[in-house]
Design a protein around this ligand. Structure first.
Ligand code: ATP
Ligand code: MG
Length: 506
């Protein structure tokens, strides 16, 4: 048997090699750490290339999110090259080389039978959990945390085989052949660059930059596609979507992020095959959700996902709510919230999955609340039940880690208290860790007319005031039993602004 003779498209012949003088990518634009890794691998006699999205972005004049390296060196050889290196991943070993906050990911060329790029996260549901967790540099925090997790895993993988053979057979998914002494006779996990290129998703992500002479290697028409701003799957599109349905989401993400258009043959199978996404592990869909919505183009991602019928598969409850009230308040709130998130990302501010899920699930949660009699709409019990029902439904498709689902509940549960500030208890409320997020939600609700602006202004002023000023505001509040809503007709019997939850869905 020839190894994997019919497993995937045949490796390309020779690449189109574009010499340094004929392409715009300069070493000045490349992370100095990535260059260090490339040079070191070359010194040790290995082939070393930058690959994928970083080159696409550089060609477009966009700052790359990260720099990925592909090499002929085996993971163990990579590890020997760097002191600051860890091997990670269960099904495919990747090397992470650490430089402070920056991590350069080094992947050995994949053979036809190797696990797919991007698939490793399947075993690592926590990979992106920390996005937004750090005030200053959320993405590095995410990467660091993920690396620590994977690191532990990598070390475990390297420990002596006292765990027995089960451990090893899990990590060698049938593509290695051992002799009786356990020596590898054939290893189809790792391959050549010609094989590696066919494992990539879109031609525009299939470009290689050779550190040997700074040339670009293009096997798949990558440069032409980048210039034409075109997304075209490498190989047979239907087969590539079946092999990994997440590529439909990646297509949507690159369409939203880069403004590329889908090649007709790449676009056509999506409508028919989108349901394949229901078979993708929920943890991986959580990772993809964050990449779609928390990396600076969330509002466009929503638009593309809906247009392609993908939101209906990923978050059916959300799509149902949006579709039932086109242009309604729920949609306005979601769009305004995503725009706000995009602005924060481009300003380098932190963003949180909690806020994202609050935005996404606002419609389903409001719909559950409104199924109850109106007098119960402000009950914390009703609100929490509604949150739980909406979260449970969403979790059928996408993992929402507990710390974020708890955050969503907190944000909703605090809304009635924010809507009716009544006593000096507000002074304690604004010191609560969850207050700020709940206030942000109120702010957004006011922006689309779901809450009175005067109310938000009152809370804004309260936070800005010094202790004396705060006490004055509270005394005035107690005297009036609630801030007036400025003659907007929103005042309840007791002078406090009346809740406007009923208007949410209109
Ligand atoms: P960005 O970093 O802007 O999100 P990217 O293209 O670099 O975009 P990554 O997820 O960082 O995307 O993946 C790096 C490279 O790995 C891609 O450019 C692509 O070549 C390959 N890749 C990633 N995921 C997949 C997948 N599911 N199928 C095939 N190839 C993939
Ligand atoms: Mg990348």
């Amino acid at each position: 048997m020839t190894p994997d003779s019919d497993a995937s498209p045949q490796p390309a012949g020779s690449p189109r090699i574009i010499p340094r003088a004929e392409h715009p990518i300069s070493r000045k634009q490349i992370s100095s750490n990535a260059l260090r890794v490339l040079y070191r691998l070359r010194e040790e006699g290995h082939q070393a290339f930058l690959v994928g999205g970083c080159l696409r972005d550089l060609m477009l004049g966009v700052t790359p999110k990260d720099f990925d390296v592909a090499t002929s060196a085996r993971p163990e050889q990579v590890k020997r090259c760097f002191r600051n290196c860890r091997l990670i991943g269960r099904r495919f070993r990747l090397a992470h080389v650490f430089f402070g906050h920056e991590i350069i990911e080094v992947a050995t060329f994949r053979a036809a039978s190797a696990p797919l790029p991007g698939e490793e996260t399947e075993d690592d549901p926590d990979i992106l959990l920390e996005v937004g967790a750090s005030e200053d540099n959320p993405e590095s925090a995410a990467a660091e945390d993920a690396a620590r997790e994977r690191d532990a895993e990598g070390d475990e993988a390297e420990s002596p085989p006292e765990e027995g053979s089960r451990e090893r057979s899990e990590r060698d998914p049938g593509d290695r052949l051992f002799d009786d002494g356990g020596r590898i006779l054939r290893d189809n996990t790792y391959g050549s660059i010609e094989e590696d290129v066919w494992r990539r998703d879109f031609a525009c992500n299939g470009l290689y930059y050779n550190i040997e002479d700074f040339s670009l290697w293009d096997y798949v028409g990558a440069v032409d596609d980048i210039k034409a701003r075109r997304l075209r799957l490498i190989g047979d599109p239907e087969q590539r979507y079946r092999e990994d349905p997440v590529r439909m989401l990646r297509a949507a993400r690159f369409e939203a992020k880069l403004g590329f258009s889908l090649d007709p043959a790449t676009e056509a199978p999506i409508a028919e095959h989108r349901d394949l996404l229901t078979e993708v592990p929920a943890a991986r869909l959580f990772d993809e959700t964050l990449k779609l919505f928390l990396t600076g183009h969330g509002q466009r991602s929503l638009e593309v996902l809906r247009r392609r019928g993908l939101l209906a598969v990923l978050y059916p409850g959300v799509e149902r709510c949006l579709a039932s009230q086109p242009g309604g308040l729920v949609e306005q709130l979601l769009v305004a919230g995503l725009e706000n998130t995009d602005e924060r990302v481009s300003a380098g501010k932190s963003v949180t999955p909690t806020f994202l899920f609050t935005l996404l699930l606002y419609g389903p949660i409001a719909a559950y609340i409104e199924k109850q009699p109106p007098e119960k709409w402000s009950d914390v019990g009703t609100i929490l039940d509604a949150c739980d029902a909406a979260l449970r439904e969403a979790q059928k498709r996408v993992t929402i880690p507990k710390r974020f689902s708890l955050g969503v509940r907190d944000m909703f549960a605090l809304q009635p208290q924010l809507e009716r500030p009544r006593s000096r208890r507000v002074l304690r409320l604004i010191e609560q860790p969850r207050f700020r997020a709940a206030y942000d939600l109120l702010l957004l609700r006011a922006r689309v007319g779901m809450a009175p602006q005067e109310l938000v202004d009152w809370w804004t002023a309260l936070q800005a005031a010094d202790p004396d000023g705060r006490m004055q505001m509270v005394l005035a509040l107690e005297a009036a039993r609630g801030p007036r809503s400025g003659g907007s007709g929103e005042g309840g019997e007791d002078g406090a602004p009346r809740r406007r939850r009923r208007r949410r869905r209109r």
